[in-house]
Design a protein around this ligand. Sequence first.
Ligand code: SAM
Ligand code: SF4
Ligand code: SF4
Length: 370
Amino acid sequence: MSARVIPLHDARQAPAAPLPAVGMAALPSLPLADTLGRPLRDLRISVTDRCNFRCGYCMPKQVFDKHHEFLPHAELLSFEEITRLARVFVGLGVEKLRITGGEPTLRRGLETLIEMLARLRTPDGRTPDLTLTTNGSTLVRKAAGLRAAGLNRLTVSLDGLDDAVFQRMNDVGFPVADVLDGIRAAQAAGLGPIKVNMVVQRGVNDDQILPMARHFRHSGVVLRFIEYMDVGATNGWRMDQVLPSAEVMRRIAAEFPLAPLSHSAPGETAQRWAYADGGGEIGVISSVTQAFCGDCNRARLSTEGRLYTCLFAHRGHDLRALLRGEPVDDAQLAGAVANVWTGRNDRYSQLRGTPAAAAEPRVEMHYIGG
Ligand code: SAM
Ligand code: SF4
Ligand code: SF4
């Protein structure tokens, strides 16, 4: 089979969006609202662009091979820089910090970063929710240390229970059993409730929906099904590979009656359902068939410190340049972030399929995090 050549839009080479002006005449009142009235509540921080998996929908092997150059260490935000920016975001209304990547647990000393972030407080003295998204491959070794460092919760990605299906999807031959052991280690360490995210691709792993549902019922784990998204430019996404959440729900409800649950927090991406027999909770994240841009309160910080206000943005604002340039204080940084957020008008998923949405290249997901 000849190799598929896929152009990689390398967001790292793209010019950054204009540097946000530092400071404002006066900080706007909180919560900050963007041009569509959406507050800033959630910050996702990518701590590495590297990964030990090669999921075809995220980092396909043909593109992310031995010739791909990952960011050199000096380009990455340091733990001090990440913590300083996170403090500024929390001061502006962020209540949830999610560490992601790439595979975040590959970043050396991650526990130290967790400890630093766990000390942050919101303006009214609360602890922000501190969580991590991982492929689960290192949890057997790392779960207890992450919990001890102050991590509250955890999301593990797992796309199937059948070893052949899962190994084909991670494309590095990683076994399901090791991820399941990792989930158990995380539960034993007190990281809960654990969420398990399954990206569903029609014809690839949709036969795993029911086995996954059966496995995680009565386990305390919240299983969530994610529609396969057109992030980045390397996964060759096609609409016919998306299995709509409505179909996922139909298949599960045919075996296990379900009752709807209310959203747990404003801006929550998942629609939640409970098994009628008390077997626990599941969720669906319908980013393609039911866009939820209307209350999207998420900002993303890339591995090298660019601020993206949408998963599908093509340019980020270079906050690292502010951190490493002429000295600026935290109030000036806050002003810069506020300037970006108050000018935000992103709503890619609502525009998907229109010429406006197709016009711009999109950033790769492992670089800004899920
Ligand atoms: N490596 C970690 C992991 O896999 O959990 C964290 C980073 S990964 C980019 C974050 C999440 O994005 C994962 O749950 C992954 O399944 C999801 N993801 C990646 N590419 C996706 C795509 N094309 N559509 C939907 N979800 C995707
Ligand atoms: Fe790695 Fe996560 Fe992307 Fe899979 S989804 S390639 S585990 S970053
Ligand atoms: Fe938020 Fe952009 Fe996703 Fe819409 S497409 S929900 S604005 S990240």
